[in-house]
Design a protein around this ligand. Sequence first.
Ligand code: NAP
Length: 289
Amino acid sequence: MTMILSFNEFKKSEYSRNPHFLVIGNPIGHSLSPLMHQAALDFHDINAQYHAVDLAQADITDFIGWLNRDEFLGCNITIPYKNQFIKVVDHIDSYSSEAGVINTIAKSDHKLIGHNTDIHGFTSPLLQYIDQIEGGRVIVFGTGGAAKAVKIGLEDLGVEEIIFVSRTPEKSNLNSDHIWVETVSYDQWQSYVDETSMFVNTTPLGMSPNIGRSPISEFDGKLLGKKICYDLIYNPIQTKFLKQADEFGAITINGLDMLIMQGNRSFEIWTGKTFPLDRIKKLLINTLK
Ligand code: NAP
């Protein structure tokens, strides 16, 4: 079981005196990162531990000071801090600069480097479908933080058109200098289906405990037939959206691979080694069950 510590508890604990990686967020109880990263550290016999720290806003300044300690090796950053640490680090990678958010801090020559590994996590499971996606149109439900990472990932994969679907399309600020981007309402996306190769759900609809929800109505389920349907949600592993897609013969991708591959990229940046992927996938599936 993952132990959750406040920053003060962490500082006072023996863990803080040993080499460590952290994931910070608030709340952080749901995070599967400690499980996968500790398993990978143990697998490679790396002398370090990975802990979850529930960071209060009031502790941020104190935490920033902590980043320069020798025992601190790196961290993952999750909600609500993904766009707060970009100003704290010395350098950022190109994905972070495009997305305006970082989810990973690494150290190099005593400098703090910010990375965004969510985009890599999103695109990794799609590489095997590149022929179907490249040059085509994708419909994306939701226009939040994850949708922005999805947009950059799809641009990278050579998608030519993205149709975002929003409850309030007039408020969308998703656009692109490189490809055609449009935001439409839940009554309009149906007319874009013909030229579409893939649907992506970036809304929380269907996430545990509200597992009966989906961005697609029962009536529209048939429109998913033979397309690629990708849900960013990993709990449950098979969402209602993916069940609808399955029913109509679509190719389905769940959010677990994205979660693992973003973690794998962070781990690679920190240690130069990769996750034992099969072992970690089994571990997470058993935990989510
Ligand atoms: P978010 O900002 O809270 O929500 C995303 C968007 O979904 C919102 O901007 C909103 O778009 C739409 N939405 C929210 N509530 C809705 C509702 N009740 N009905 C219809 N639409 C709704 O979340 P996020 O950070 O982008 O994350 C989105 C999902 O991706 C979450 O389920 C998260 O767990 C998952 N995720 C997974 C991974 C992974 O590694 N697998 C990584 C990141 C995120 P509109 O206002 O435009 O309708």
